[in-house]
Design a protein around this ligand. Structure first.
Ligand SMILES: [Zn+2]
Ligand SMILES: [Zn+2]
Length: 108
């Protein structure tokens, strides 16, 4: 059960196993091997997690749909809070502003 399989076996298991559990936030369990990540990097778009993408949509909607504004903003907060921060495939960091701290040293 706890036997170590190769990457391809691990990938197949992830696809077919109904009990598959995604790795915890920040885990590199499902990340591609580092040398492959370097090869695909130019072809990957900047990462904004689906949680933060949804939060940003909720924010935009809240400026238009005033009757639902409070509810939309509550969901926005909740969505930002559930962001996994890193894209598990290549460990890219979510670019959403909600992760920027005041002492940010963002490389541009
Ligand atoms: Zn966010
Ligand atoms: Zn995020």
């Amino acid at each position: 059960m706890a036997a170590e399989y190769g990457d391809s076996m691990r990938l197949r298991t992830a696809i077919t196993d109904p009990d598959y559990v995604p790795p915890p936030p920040g885990s590199d369990r499902d990340a591609l091997p580092e040398h492959l990540r370097a090869l695909i990097a130019p072809h990957m778009r900047d990462y904004v997690s689906t949680a933060c993408e949804t939060a940003l949509a909720l924010d935009r909607a809240s400026t238009i749909h005033h009757a639902a504004m409070v509810t939309l903003m509550q969901w926005e907060t909740r969505q930002h809070a559930t962001c996994r921060i890193t894209r598990k495939q290549d460990m890219a960091k979510c670019q959403c502003d909600c992760h920027q701290t005041t002492t940010t040293t963002k490389e541009n």
